[in-house]
Each structure stands twice: as C-alpha cells, then as structure tokens.
Ligand binder design. Structure first.
Ligand code: NAD
Length: 489
C-alpha cells in the first residue's frame, strides 16, 4: 500500500523528488507503533526550491488561468478524492489512528470542500463605484505564494481547507503537513497532474516544524502564511512573520463550552456532549471539553454520560465498528495521561482516568474516555487545552452564570447550547464569545459558513467566502472618465 514512488519524497514543481538532505522522519502507526513509512525531513534548500517553483508558477501560467478553469481543476481534484476514498482513508487511519469510518467521512468532507471552492472560483467579485467623474473599481487579486502549515488531527480535511480556497483565489502554495501525518496528502498529489493542475502550483514539503516550517515562515518570497495548530506555535509564527509583514491567518486551539439547559432534549444533549468530546479521541480544536449542566439535571446528565460511554467501541482503527482509536503519539499520550492524573487532584473523577486496556490495545496509545465532575473553572484541567478524551463537567444555576463561566477562558473557538426555548438559545448565541455557536448541535463545520476563533483561538476565518478572502488582496483601479486637465497646481 505504501508506495515508494511517493513517500519519502517531496512534491516540488509537479514531480516527486528526493530531498537535498538525507534526514528522514518515521511515520508511526499509533495502533501498534509499527513504522509504516519514512518521510523526507525537508531542508532549507528544499523549501527554497518549493517556494521558487510556487513563485514561477504564480508569475507564469497560473496567473493567466481563468477562474472557470481553476474551478474545473478543483472539481477534478474532488472527483479523484472520491474515487480514491478507500485508499486515502486507509493511509489517513494508519498514520493518525483515527477510526476508518471517520477517515472515510473526512475524505468525503475534503472532497466537498474542493467542490465548494470549485464553484466559488467564478463568483469572486469586486465592486465598482462612480466617484466625482471617475470610475473606481475594487478588484480582487490573489495574494501570491501562500505557505500553509497544518496539524495531524484532521490531515486531509486541514489540507483541503487550506488548498481549495487558495487555488480558488488564484494563489500558488507550499504546503507543509504535520510530521506525524504526511502520507494521505502526498498520495493525493499523485492525482494533481490528471486534474489539470499545472506544475508548481501546489508543492508539498514534509518535515519538521522547526526546520521546514520555520524556513517557510522566514522565506522572503512567501506572501501569506495560513497556519493551523497550537497557540504556542501560532504565536511564534506570527512574531517571525511580522519581520517581513507577511499576511497571517491562524486557526488555533480551544476549550469550548457545551451548555446543557434543563429544558433541552435530554437524549440529543447527551449525544452531543459525548460526540463533542470523544470524537477523534478528543483530538479536536473545537472539542466541547467544558460541559456546563443546569443544576436540576446535573446528576442525571453525569449518570447518562457514564452509562452511554460504556457502549463506546474502543479498538483497532481499521475495524469499521471502532468509534474511538488511540492518541496520535507517545508524546501526546504522555501529555493526556498527565492531565488525567492532574484531574484526579483537581476534581471528582467519575469515569476513566487511565490508560485504556483490553484485547488488542496493549501496543497502542489508548486512553480511557474520562469524565471529571464538579470541575472548578479555575482549575488547570478547565483552562488548558488537553486535546484528548477528557471531559470537565460543572454545574450552573443561572444563564448568566453559564455565560460567565463559558466566556471566562483565553480561548473562543466554539460553543454549544442545548435548549428547547428558542429565545433562551438566541440570548446565548448573542453573548457567547466564540467564532462558532451551535444551538442543539455539536461540531458541524459546513464548508459554506465561516470558521475561526475569537480571542486566542485564532486570527481570520476559513471556509465559505471568508476562506477565499483570506487569499485575496483588494486593488483599487481609478479611471478618470474626463479627458480634461486634473488641476495642478
Ligand atoms: P503544532 O502547533 O505542534 O503543529 C502544527 C504544525 O506546525 C505542524 O505541521 C508542525 O510541524 C508545525 N510547526 C511546529 N513548529 C513550527 C515552527 N517553529 N515554525 C513553523 N511551523 C511549525 O500543533 P499540532 O500538535 O500538530 O496540532 C494540535 C493543535 O492544533 C491543537 O492546539 C488544536 O487545537 C489545533 N487545531 C486547530 C484547528 C482550528 O481549526 N482552529 C484545527 C485543528 C487543530
């Protein structure tokens, strides 16, 4: 399955090429710790070659490629993803440990993202104004060469969220996937030429953040950086990018509240609470990791959650029945385990709290779905992003209190509220300080809508027309319509 033609290489100027260096990074299956491939650890020189290819493509054929043609290319990439779903989902699952059913769904969502931006390409438009005898046009133009740096938790979807709007807008790209999950997007690159994508428009450099990522951020010919990942690295990138005033958009972490009111549809709210924190083993930026429950149903909600988690199928990611797989890496496993132990000191453990054991789980980085009750919003487990299947449950007595707790965080990516009272739900939507507020749902991120964070959860928006705007400059063209002297002095 793992093809030597593609893996271990870099994708530069339409070719799979060897790195100019010799370092490699193992890609490890989180289920059994086996090494499934070696990825190239790109050097500064490789990054330079990739940026040069993107620059040449931007100044050449791609600039003259019509929006209609760009749209058709995006649709063909989407079609390739759909045709290759089985193969790509397997690569995704092997590298990330994500259950295969989730990977299939992610490939579908990634294809939908390419289709959406294929359609949007012909609908990007500027404006025209008539001002004092002049016609003033506001014209949209691509920013130029975009560097895109993405994490490991949704590798294909994150790649699609980055590549599709950039190509829609007419940019060229150098993409750096996470060191843990470089395989699926490298495999997709095999379909680019057939989709009609000219050489150099998309380049992929695999490798370490502090080397290939940093070289991209520093490169003088990169005009824009789109980053998804941790706040710590995001802040570092923003500071480095400031030196050359690059455009920067950041999609960072969260500690999102999930508010369950007593009048909610109880079953739906329990579904939402569990899905919101245990999907993808809790490795979600928008995880509903703080579950706020109205006091009159507090005990009932905790009991129902515990009961329902018992049915959650933890196991081999390639098993189609599996709902929760292992964490991504030893390092991340250690981190989540440390938070489980910390939580035992800070709050009341009601479920899990340990490494997950059982048949077939011994070699994988599995942890138990964990629920802490009576969590103080001041505790570290309530304030820091754990990025694992660890729920912090806390009671509230009034909507004002729920809002105060919800907004008392440095993050602001998402929030959910469960109520059957439409006006109560609307009041919450107005006052919650988050980029996305779900009412009676958890985790949908439709490609048509905006996605991004308030406060330390990010800068800028992805998806929808906002996602394309992030790759566009607005140029003013001023046409004097009067053939007369302009009056100097
Ligand atoms: P990370 O910040 O460690 O790494 C993200 C990417 O940045 C990787 O490709 C890495 O190689 C690269 N990188 C690391 N150091 C770098 C440097 N000095 N210069 C340039 N690039 C560098 O994050 P992660 O552990 O891969 O992902 C988890 C984080 O991502 C979580 O905080 C999560 O909330 C966040 N996330 C956010 C969203 C969103 O939409 N807001 C989506 C998914 C994940």
């Amino acid at each position: 399955m793992v093809s030597d033609r593609v893996f271990g290489k870099l994708f530069i100027n339409g070719e799979f090429v060897a790195s100019t260096g010799t370092d490699t990074l193992p890609v490890i299956d989180p289920f059994d710790q086996s090494v499934i491939a070696q990825a190239a650890d790109a050097t500064d020189n490789d990054v330079h070659l990739a940026v040069a290819a993107a620059t040449e493509a931007f100044n050449g054929e791609w600039r003259e490629t019509s929006a209609q043609t760009r749209g058709q290319i995006l649709w063909r990439i989407a079609a390739a993803l759909r045709e290759r779903t089985e193969e790509l989902a397997e690569l995704e699952t092997r590298a990330s440990g994500k259950p295969i059913a989730d990977s299939e769904s992610d490939i579908n969502d990634a294809a939908t993202c390419f289709e959406y931006y294929g359609g949007l390409a012909t609908k990007l438009q500027g404006d025209v104004m008539s001002i004092d005898g002049a016609m003033v046009m506001a014209v949209k133009e691509p920013v130029g060469v975009a560097a895109q740096i993405i994490p490991w938790n949704y590798p294909m979807m994150m790649a699609a969220w980055k590549l599709a709007p950039a190509l829609c807008a007419g940019c060229t790209v150098v993409l750096k996937p996470s060191e843990e999950t470089p395989l699926s997007i490298m495999a997709v690159a095999e379909s680019f030429a057939d989709a009609g994508l000219p050489a150099g428009v998309v380049n992929i450099v695999t490798g370490r953040g502090e080397r290939a990522g940093a070289a991209l951020v520093e490169h003088p010919d990169v005009h824009k950086i789109a980053f998804t990942g941790s706040g710590e690295v995001g802040a570092h990138i923003m500071a480095r990018a400031a030196k050359s005033l690059k455009r920067v958009t950041l999609e960072l972490g969260g500690k999102s509240p999930n508010i369950i009111c007593a009048d909610a549809n109880f079953e739906a709210a329990i579904d939402g609470a569990l899905f919101g924190i245990f999907l993808n083993s809790g490795q979600m930026c928008s995880a509903g990791s703080r579950i706020l429950v109205e006091r009159s149903i507090y005990d009932r909600v905790i009991e129902a959650m515990i009961e329902r988690v018992k049915d959650l199928k933890i196991g081999a990611p390639m098993d189609p029945e599996t709902q929760m797989g292992p964490l991504i890496s030893q390092r991340h496993f250690d981190r989540v385990r440390a938070y489980q132990e910390l939580g035992k000191k800070e709050a009341r453990l009601v479920l899990g709290g340990n490494r997950a054991t059982g048949p077939g789980l011994d070699k994988g980085w599995f942890v138990e779905p964990t629920i802490f009750a009576d969590v103080s919003n001041e505790s570290r487990i309530a304030r820091e992003e754990i990025f694992g299947p660890v729920a912090c449950v806390m009671p509230f007595d009034s909507d004002d209190e729920a809002l105060e707790i919800s907004n008392d965080t440095s993050f602001g990516l998402a929030a959910a509220v469960w109520t059957r009272d439409v006006f109560r739900g609307l009041r919450f939507t107005r006052r919650l300080r988050a980029g996305t507020v779900w009412v009676n749902h958890s985790q949908p991120a439709p490609v048509e809508g905006p996605w991004g964070g308030f406060k330390q959860s990010g800068l800028g928006r992805e998806l929808g027309r906002w996602g394309a705007d992030a790759y566009l400059e607005t140029k003013q063209i001023y046409l004097n319509t009067e053939d007369t002297p302009i009056g100097w002095p």
